[in-house]
Design a protein around this ligand. Structure first.
Ligand SMILES: Cc1cc2nc3c(=O)[nH]c(=O)nc-3n(C[C@H](O)[C@H](O)[C@H](O)COP(=O)(O)OP(=O)(O)OC[C@H]3O[C@@H](n4cnc5c(N)ncnc54)[C@H](O)[C@@H]3O)c2cc1C
Length: 433
């Protein structure tokens, strides 16, 4: 006999957690399974054998939703307030090419080739029209290609009304180049790492009685609404919130061929932990973006400036995101070696390294390619007909609505849609929030 539940949640990342919180509020029956040994998914944190704590990529929380704020509050997690201090490292030669963000604010005069009202077909058009050819060539094109691992004429531009490739809102060059500098913003960061928030929500808001870690769903039989687990057990459900990749769900719907029309980037996350103080070029900074292909990473995050506990007393740590291009994949050792030599160029002393941490994330960014929404709509129609909501970062595959707060809300929304027929605006219309 299969185990029975009203809601099966696949994945205890932010999306699955949001669904579980909503179901708990409503007093509904659910089970949440995750193949990992911890909650938080891509927003979890890991402490290595040397005692350095690593996130799986630089994470900044910008909440747009009171429901998310309430979960943070109820979790009881302590939040540091970190002052944003981002820089662009234009050329990976030395600290002299570090430029503060937003880079468009560093222009001394407006470019003469701006075409803000011209139609844009893809991301390359959008950046050229909005920022001019010089900034496009020196920063936006090389940086975005590095981050998306995809030529920009294959990438849609409509998500940019919400944020740029680094999580910040885009500010048009026209208002910035000559305007006043924006005030330094602060953002909250959980003490203990990004994952500490999700652990605390599971400990203090949900409890862990309905959570099964190290439990993988191998297959969903859509017709009978039954999940088959890797350990041979089966769970029958009325509704399923699935937060694994939608490309996997396409196997369940018989639409595998559509997966070729979606793209995800692969990212090596390389952490370097050192004794002593950071060099001048990195002290006090929150992150660096690097468009130079001679440097392996596109973004480096000074984790010990987010929370000193990420490194421990008398130490510091930095986390670098290294893309792997499908045509010429980067090996882990090249990612680590290249990262260390780039840090040396910024003044770090390799003899003080105490930890080299690495994780390959096969799916890092869901690329907003042209035609993506058409594919998503087709698969969604099939899944919804069988009570399955594929949501979240790769479950929903919509970059513009899959940061932690949006993901959490997508999970809540899926529950409200299943039970009350509510619209899923966070998933389909994140620009409304
Ligand atoms: C490099 C990087 C940078 C980021 N930067 C930010 C940022 O600055 N700010 C921000 O708010 N967010 C950021 N994020 C996004 C943040 O991590 C996501 O919001 C979040 O992880 C999405 O949550 P999710 O639950 O949808 O998916 P995931 O986190 O991917 O969780 C899905 C879970 O499902 C489990 N799972 C999958 N398939 C199965 C299966 N078959 N059986 C059982 N379990 C399964 C997985 O183990 C995983 O735990 C970043 C992410 C990355 C990768």
């Amino acid at each position: 006999m299969p185990w029975q539940t009203r809601f099966l949640i696949i994945g205890a990342g932010p999306t699955g957690t949001g669904a579980a919180v909503r179901l708990t509020e409503l007093g509904e029956d659910f089970v949440i399974v995750d193949s990992s040994d911890r909650v938080g998914g891509l927003a979890s944190s890991v402490t290595d054998a040397e005692g350095f704590t690593w996130d799986l990529g630089g994470h900044v929380i910008h909440s747009h939703f009171p429901e998310f704020d309430q979960a943070v509050e109820l979790s009881g997690v302590t939040m540091n307030q970190v002052t944003r201090n981002g820089w662009v490292w234009l050329e990976g030669t030395g600290p002299e090419t570090l430029v503060p963000t937003p880079i468009q604010q560093q222009l001394t005069e407006l470019p003469t080739d701006l075409r803000p009202d011209a139609p844009a077909e893809h991301l390359a058009d959008y950046y050229r029209n909005s920022f001019g050819q010089v900034l496009y060539e020196r920063f936006f094109e090389p940086y975005n290609v590095k981050m998306w691992t995809t030529p920009l004429d294959m990438v849609d531009h409509r998500w940019t009304s919400l944020r740029n490739g680094s999580g910040e809102r885009n500010v048009p060059v026209l208002t910035l180049a000559t305007g006043a500098k924006p005030p330094a913003e602060r953002f909250p960061y959980p003490v203990g790492g990004t994952g500490a928030l999700w652990e605390a929500i599971h400990d203090r808001v949900l409890g862990r009685a309905r959570l099964q870690l190290n439990t993988q769903v191998k297959n969903l039989d859509l017709a009978s609404r039954t999940a088959e687990l890797a350990d041979g057990r089966r769970i029958s459900y009325e509704y399923c919130v699935s937060t694994g990749p939608i490309t996997t769900a396409m196997r369940w719907t018989g639409q595998e061929r559509l997966s070729a029309r979606l793209r995800a980037s692969t990212v090596h996350v390389v952490g370097v932990g050192l004794r002593g103080d950071p060099p001048q070029a990195l002290a006090g900074k929150t992150w660096l973006y690097c468009p130079d292909r001679g440097v392996p990473w596109y973004r480096a995050t000074m984790l010990s400036n987010y929370d000193a506990g990420n490194a421990g007393p008398g130490r510091w740590n930095i986390l670098c995101e290294v893309p792997s291009f499908g045509s010429e994949p980067t090996t882990a050792s090249d990612a680590i070696d290249g990262t260390i030599s780039s840090l040396r160029a910024l003044g770090a002393d390799p003899s003080l390294i105490r930890s080299r941490w690495h994780r390959t994330i096969p799916m890092g960014y869901p690329v907003p390619t042209l035609g993506r929404d058409d594919v998503l709509a087709q698969v969604n129609d099939r899944l919804l007909a069988h009570g399955v909501y594929s949501r979240g970062r790769f479950g929903g595959w919509r970059y513009e609505s899959c940061n932690q707060d949006y993901s959490f809300m997508q999970g809540r929304e899926a529950v409200d849609s299943a039970l009350f027929g509510a619209a899923e605006d966070v998933y389909w219309h994140p620009e409304r929030f």
